[in-house]
Design a protein around this ligand. Structure first.
Ligand code: ATP
Length: 358
């Protein structure tokens, strides 16, 4: 199913939770809605589900109008599956009964699924990795297993779109990584479009085909994970998604002279967005800056904080321009003097001819 938001806004009283939003969601794509708390992510999802009506604008599903001010196609007619942060399982129903429920009760369940109910339950439980768990009750399941049941229930009636609102945030870190793979696998197997709300940039970058970055009810940037990470178009995206340091200085076409240097240091930046150039800024991710022993030809700084991360250290370095976050495999001590350079090649993630990282 393809979806279009045209000039959609949503107000709660005098508060504008969404401001004139335009967005297309393609058939079968995995779209992440990424942004900090309160930016309007859940409101967007609720509009899509049919729980809220837009204050202005129109929403189309497969070119059919489903919502405008004063009109909203009810949720049960939209063929959507939903998974929330809280698993919301029914304590008196076993796993198979959870999956059976939408098959029997959703008005829009396709007839081939209704007729082969047992087969559908088995195949959905297989898909989420719980083939032997049909007779278990919710209290007999781990957190990860409960979330798998919630996903199985959401996809049971073959929805055209799967809406997920922070589905992993109540799981521990290890389990979240496993569940990312599970959700990717369910998406591949079902081919259903997924709209995935999260405030975790790692999750969005890891799983999505495209990411919509939101702030204060507006869309800041839409793009592939690589676009968003490597080519942020605004200060907010650069900081929120890739923790970039916004370094002040002067631009001469594609060459940047950082303010903290004596003018001899020059960084190349042909792919830096004009947004930053016009503001005299260079967005440098922590991994784009290289630390070394002090020298005369780079920016000089001092180590203010060190955190060991396993394969590298994360440093806070004070230099003339302010404090920058830089990661490095080299080990420096607190208060060490260091030099800072831009990594060669501007970004050391490069694409091969099919657009994959090399
Ligand atoms: P979080 O990540 O914390 O869930 P979010 O990005 O999903 O945040 P929304 O839940 O969409 O944010 O809320 C956006 C804004 O709209 C918030 O400021 C919220 O307080 C406000 N809001 C949401 N629902 C209502 C409502 N029913 N009445 C009044 N204000 C609301």
């Amino acid at each position: 199913m393809s979806i279009q938001f045209i000039e959609v806004s949503k107000a709660f009283g005098s508060f504008q939770a969404l401001k004139s939003l335009n967005l297309t969601i393609d058939k079968g794509e995995f779209l992440a809605i990424l942004g900090p708390s309160g930016c309007g992510k859940t409101t967007l999802l609720r509009l899509l589900a049919g729980f809220e009506q837009p204050s202005t604008g129109e929403i189309y599903m497969n070119q059919t109008l489903v919502a405008k001010p004063g009109y909203s196609l009810p949720p049960e007619k939209r063929r959507i599956g939903m998974v929330f942060q809280a698993f919301a399982l029914w304590p008196h129903m076993n796993v198979a009964e959870h999956v059976r429920f939408p098959i029997r009760h959703h008005k829009e369940t396709p007839s081939h699924i209704r007729k082969n109910e047992q087969h559908r339950i088995a195949s959905v439980l297989q898909m989420v990795g719980l083939p032997e768990h049909g007779s278990r009750m919710p209290h007999e399941l781990s957190g990860g297993q409960k979330q798998r049941v919630a996903i199985a229930r959401a996809i049971a009636a073959e929805p055209s779109i799967l809406l997920m609102d922070e589905p992993l945030s109540s799981l521990d870190a290890m389990l979240r990584m496993d569940m990312r793979r599970e959700i990717q696998s369910v998406h591949r197997q079902t081919g259903t479009a997924v709209v995935y709300v999260t405030h975790d940039q790692g999750e969005a970058l890891a799983m999505a085909d495209r990411i919509v970055v939101m702030k204060d009810g507006n869309i800041e940037q839409v793009g592939t994970p690589q676009d968003i990470y490597l080519r942020p178009q605004t200060e907010f995206v650069a900081k929120f998604v890739s923790k970039a340091n916004l370094i002040r200085g002067r631009w001469h076409n594609d060459t940047f002279v950082p303010a903290g240097s004596d003018g001899t240091v020059q960084w190349s930046g042909s792919r830096v967005a004009s947004y930053f150039k016009s503001r005299g800024l260079y967005p440098a991710r922590p991994d784009q800056l290289l630390l070394g022993p002090p020298n005369q030809t780079s920016i000089q700084g001092k180590v203010m904080n060190v955190q060991f991360q396993g394969k590298e250290f994360i440093y806070h370095i004070r230099c003339e321009d302010g404090q920058w976050e830089i990661c490095s495999p080299l080990h420096f001590q607190l208060n060490d003097k260091v030099s800072i350079q831009l990594a060669a090649g501007e970004q050391h993630l490069k694409y091969n001819h099919i657009g994959v990282f090399t």
